[in-house]
Design a protein around this ligand. Structure first.
Ligand code: ZN
Length: 490
């Protein structure tokens, strides 16, 4: 399994943790998580069910006894959705099975009548289903039967339907909410991490000529440190030109450590997933907290029983010994107070240098996070935190309302040396089609890239040009992280 796949599995496993529905200044959330209103579950055949689940969502599942044509829930209104040309369904799944689709009905009649309604019947057909995502539903994509009355929607029905009749369909659907009245103007955020010198030398002139501001996620300790990094004067120039300077920790410390666990009898071995880079600073007897494992017996506090070189350690596992198992976990290398210090020191660096516009915005070094890191950011008052996103999951993590449902797990499209402007612009066009936000980030630009992290200058120029022409055509806005977020805060 490739490293990126492992990382994404980890991110996917963790992404269900925190949720702050944020539909924007005029937004409305039909909330399926509170259980505070009467969700009527239904099914046309025996065995289907919907329950309020400990995961914090309404769980809709088939039983193994079929066949069923559909199962689902209805949420009673009425709602005024007349200002909404776009909806987002906040939904998750247990498995990536592709045997089901989602059908949404907006009903304009009382009771069970289906005379006047609008529906969309092909949501999530043929795509792998992640643990959680926002599915965009443009109003224009809905098929209207009878007469629509968007100012008085009487109820919403959401159904889980097998793609093939009689197929085995083990899906369970978790409904978090239906977000309405969101902005339909797509926004692109173009960011660079780590403050590399080529951003000033090559990216900035191109973006400046196109009147496109960028966002820098910086580490104060490295600014001006070496010829490969920007100087403080250069960062000041970009900030004065409208670029945001946001937090990426003072020294690029990884705030959590993903790795693989293999079990043998009652002992498990944890191995970091990039041993050429990372050493484990733990000792025998240390207490570590493991979270995000795909098998529950590994979650929670664990005592280190042995250290194997610099890249692995062992711990005992409770329960019945069994065959070796593999899972992905995240264990903090750093204590919460150290995590906090790495972030706060960067905030202080930003304050000292007058970079105040984007103080509340963060990007996880190397994209790694866990619940403890998110908790520290929340506690410090951060409003967004951006992670990374890699194939193949990006094809279904987005297009979505990146960061609307969960501002601490904003995914972003990465610019590599092999990335071509045409593929990025295809994603931009997909965002335009559904009114989604798209976060793009890179590390640098080079005429002849010497590292996979540098995008070829010609390709980056074509990307900037594509963004400029779409912006000038009124199709999208290119924003910095602070303006993007402030547009979404009441
Ligand atoms: Zn970085």
């Amino acid at each position: 399994m490739r490293l990126e796949h492992r990382l994404v599995s980890l991110l996917a496993a963790l992404s269900a943790s925190a949720c702050i529905p944020d539909p924007g200044p005029n937004g409305l959330v039909v909330d399926f998580t509170s259980g505070s209103f009467d969700l009527a579950s239904f099914a046309n055949a025996r065995g289907a069910s919907s329950t309020f689940d400990p995961r914090g969502a309404t769980r809709v599942a088939y039983s193994s006894a079929g066949p069923h044509e559909f199962t689902g829930v209805e949420a009673p209104g009425p709602w005024d959705l007349s200002r909404s040309d776009l909806f987002a369904l906040d939904v998750g799944f247990d498995t990536t099975t592709t045997l089901t689709r989602i059908v949404v009905f907006f009903c304009f009649d009382e009771g069970d009548r289906f005379d006047n309604y609008a529906s969309q019947g092909d949501l999530l057909v043929g795509v792998a289903k992640p643990r959680r995502l926002n599915v965009p539903i443009p109003r224009a994509s809905l098929e209207v039967h009878g007469t629509a009355n968007w100012a008085n929607v009487k109820r919403v029905e959401i159904r889980l339907v097998p793609i093939e009749e009689g197929a085995d369909h083990p899906d369970a659907m978790y409904l978090y909410g239906l977000i309405a009245n969101v902005s339909s103007r797509p926004q692109v955020i173009l960011a660079f991490d780590d403050g590399n010198a080529s951003v000033y030398a090559l990216a900035y002139p191109l973006m400046s000529a196109a009147r496109i501001p960028g966002t820098l996620y910086l580490n104060g300790h490295s600014i001006g440190d070496t010829p490969t990094k920007m100087t403080l004067r250069q960062v000041r120039e970009l900030y004065a030109a409208g670029w945001d300077v946001a937090n990426h920790t003072i020294d690029h410390s990884r705030l959590t450590q993903p790795g693989m666990i293999e079990r043998s009898d009652s002992t498990a071995t944890f191995t970091v997933n990039n041993p050429s880079v990372d050493a484990i600073e733990v000792h025998r007897g240390d207490l570590l907290r493991i979270q995000g494992a795909d098998q529950p017996e590994y979650d929670g506090p664990q005592v280190v029983t042995g250290v194997i070189g610099e890249t692995a350690f062992t711990f005992r596992v409770a329960g019945t010994p069994r065959a070796a198992a593999t899972g992905w976990i995240s264990t903090p290398l750093l204590q919460a107070d150290v995590i906090r210090s790495k972030i706060v020191q960067q905030t202080e660096w930003m304050l000292q240098n007058g970079f105040t516009r984007a103080l509340e915005h963060f990007a996880y070094p190397q994209g790694y996070f866990d619940d403890e890191v998110v908790g520290v950011l929340r506690d410090l008052g951060f409003k967004t935190a951006r992670t990374v996103n890699v194939e193949p999951f990006s094809t279904f993590i987005w297009p979505n309302y990146s960061g609307l449902a969960d501002p601490y797990h904003i995914p972003a499209l990465t610019l590599f040396s092999a990335t071509r402007s045409a593929s990025v612009l295809a994603d931009v066009d997909a965002a335009i089609a559904v009114g989604a936000s798209l976060h793009i980030y890179g590390h640098g630009v080079a005429d002849a890239p010497a590292s996979t992290e540098e995008m070829p200058t010609a390709e980056f120029a074509a990307l900037v040009d594509g963004l400029r022409s779409r912006r000038d055509a009124g199709l999208l806005d290119v924003e910095t992280i602070s303006t993007w977020r402030s547009a979404r805060t009441p």
